[in-house]
Design a protein around this ligand. Structure first.
Ligand SMILES: Cc1ncc(C[n+]2csc(CCOP(=O)(O)OP(=O)(O)O)c2C)c(N)n1
Length: 612
């Protein structure tokens, strides 16, 4: 059935009795492709019926369907003309794992970062009304994403301007980890009420077997929906924001959902359809362990130790020694390697939910009160917290250690997730010591220094696997900002050229230096460690070179090399890294090749420059 659906118009023709089979086909297809390509499994399995029902009742692309975060939009992609190309999802030049309006007119708004959907819907609604148009705007948002500050700011604004939008709250009682916060508690109270529970799945299943049963089911759903709409006090929380609350609906009962959406369509103002779904629905393992199956890697991926693993394990060691160390995550406990901390030192572990800005100011509050928080946030999500880093942490010189995980290219998650602007944003903030380690051992040394430093520190590292080696020179107050000369033959030399490989790119720099040495060119090789500050002695030392080559896993404009170049007078500085653009998705190797940031290419260019 599925392969014949080329657009939502064809979905609308499918007979009601066949919809359950269709949903099963969608689930099987998603599982098959995600096994192969990796991707968000549990969230997508949970949203199948919800999206089918939306496309039956609304008219995309005239009606605008927005997906918050966008990681749950696979069913939408499959039903909107992308059935065949879905096998390429997350692959280089294939479909994106998130909505992209360049991919389809049915993708109303690009997403990837959380909690933007209500703001976007509200903006679109004001534009629609100014144009005297009539279409519907639907913001699909999860209970996790609803905890984000932006979503609450948007609700606050909505309560003021009362625009006609439909918020569909996909409540699976899970963010990536378990639910956090007062809103989650409020939602659980609503969904655990007897009216909803009494009317659930078994009854639904029994009534949809015959067409007469389905008719009864539809009538009951309509009556139930209207009664709740008129008399229910369940959604009082949302009603305070001026929303008409509808629900809760069983998110796996298409008939009930359709009836709910029909009621919402006729409400002349903002409404919220509360839908209860099971994350991972239909897959035993994902239902049992939705945290593990939130995002999965393709089959066959070997487990290797990553910077993230080393960070998580070593932080527990440090926190065992120092009772003032706390760990903070913004809804990314597993992704940032903090599960062990959560398990072993739970009283000093804080998940603030999807609230990066709050998390940073919260860390500042702990730090000013004598604690030393380590807050780990993916580099891309840290973009949200620029002001908190500057105003709350660095200006007050507070001892907070900020970890930027997934810095650099991340691969298949693509442009919304690459962490390639952080040095541009945080690279030269007064009072901040900003570092990038070349491997796991150096990461530990940086963390150890950071834990004892009475001021703000930041450490970026990539998604990569890494190694642990013999100890490096210890980092101490006297060596802050010093680049480390790591010449292949361990000699201090008087070469004319220097190559400086930041963090994960140090390996490439070493390989290039070694290749060039074989060709008769001598370069001094530096492991800089520090993005900011750079010590006066290092700057003086670098001034002696004719040419300097820098390498970084970050955009070239405004990155490490640019900041260094701005501080040097004599040396001709050549910067290698990523182009200053939004880089698509694909494997990291494919992307590096696409943008020309490969060892072979950089080596060729450096050789050309020094042989001129
Ligand atoms: C600003 C930001 N922080 C963190 C994330 C990572 N993230 C992706 S999905 C997700 C959980 C979303 O939970 P919910 O909205 O309930 O959707 P579910 O996956 O449960 O369907 C998180 C934290 C993000 N996308 N954006």
């Amino acid at each position: 059935m599925l392969e014949k659906i080329k657009s939502p118009a064809e979905l609308k023709k499918i007979e009601e009795k066949d919809l359950l089979i269709l949903c099963q086909e969608i689930r099987d297809y998603i599982e098959k492709v995600v096994k192969q390509n990796g991707g968000h499994l549990a969230s997508n399995l949970g949203a199948v019926e919800l999206i089918v029902a939306e496309h039956k009742i609304f008219d995309s692309p005239t009606d605008k369907i927005i997906f918050d975060v966008g990681h749950q939009s696979y069913t939408h992609k499959i039903l909107t003309g992308r059935y065949e190309s879905f096998t390429t999802i997350r692959q280089f030049k294939g479909l994106s794992g998130f909505p992209k309006f360049t991919e389809s007119e049915h993708d109303a708004f690009n997403t990837g970062h959380s909690s933007t959907s209500i703001s976007a819907a509200l903006g679109m609604a004001t534009a629609r009304d100014l144009n005297n148009e009539k279409y519907h705007i639907i913001a699909n948002i999860g209970d996790g994403a609803l905890s984000g500050g932006m979503a609450l700011e948007a609700l606050n604004h909505l309560g003021d301007i009362n625009k006609r939008i439909i918020i569909v709250l996909n409540d699976n009682e899970m963010s990536i980890s378990g639910p956090i916060g007062a809103i989650a508690k409020q939602l659980t109270k609503i969904s655990s009420g007897s009216l909803y529970r009494n009317f659930k799945y078994k009854l639904t299943q029994k009534l949809i077997i015959s067409s007469f049963g389905r008719l009864i089911r539809r009538i009951l759903s309509r009556i139930k929906g209207l009664i709740k709409y008129m008399f229910s006090s369940k959604g009082i929380f949302f009603e305070h924001f001026g929303l008409t609350y509808l629900g809760p609906y069983d998110g796996h009962d298409i008939i009930g959902l359709e009836e709910g959406f029909k009621i919402a369509k006729n409400i002349d103002g903002p409404s919220l359809v509360h839908v209860i779904t099971t994350k991972g629905k239909g897959n035993y393992f994902a239902e049992e362990n939705p945290e593990k199956y939130h995002g999965v890697s393709p089959i066959g991926n070997n487990k290797v130790k990553s910077f993230t693993n080393i960070f998580g394990e070593y932080l527990v060691e440090l926190a065992n020694e120092n009772q003032k160390i706390t760990a903070i995550t913004a809804a990314m406990c597993t992704g940032t390697g903090l599960e062990l901390f959560r398990e072993k030192i739970c009283e000093r572990f804080f998940d603030v939910s999807i609230a990066e800005q709050h998390g940073l100011a919260f860390a500042a509050g702990q730090a000013i009160s004598g604690f030393h928080p380590f807050i780990s946030i993916y580099a891309t999500f840290m973009q949200r917290g620029v002001d908190q880093v500057i105003h709350d942490i660095c200006m007050q010189k507070l001892p907070v250690t900020m970890i930027l995980d997934r810095a650099g290219l991340v691969g298949e998650d693509g442009e919304t997730h690459h962490g390639v602007f952080d040095i541009k944003l945080f690279g030269a903030i007064p009072n901040l010591i900003f570092m990038e380690p070349q491997n796991g051992t150096e990461l530990k040394q940086m963390m150890k220094y950071a834990a004892n430093h009475q001021g703000p520190t930041m450490i970026r590292f990539p998604k990569n696997a890494t190694i642990e080696t013999e100890e490096f020179d210890e980092i101490n107050d006297n060596s802050i900002g010093d680049f480390q000369l790591q010449n292949l033959n361990n000699e201090i030399s008087e070469n004319k050229y220097a190559i400086i490989g930041l963090g994960s790119e140090f390996n490439m720099a070493r390989n290039i230096a070694s290749e060039l040495e074989g060709k008769g060119y001598d370069l001094d090789l530096y492991n800089p460690r520090f993005i900011s500050p750079i010590s006066q002695s290092t700057l003086i030392r670098l001034e002696k070179y004719d040419k300097i080559f820098t390498l970084e896993n970050h955009v070239v404009l405004g990155g490490f090399g640019s900041l260094l170049k701005a501080r040097l007078i004599k040396p001709e500085t050549h910067i290698f890294g990523l182009p200053n653009k939004f880089i698509e998705h694909g494997s990291i190797n494919e992307l590096r090749t696409e943008v020309g940031f490969t060892q072979e290419n950089v080596l060729g260019q450096i050789e050309r420059i020094i042989s001129e």
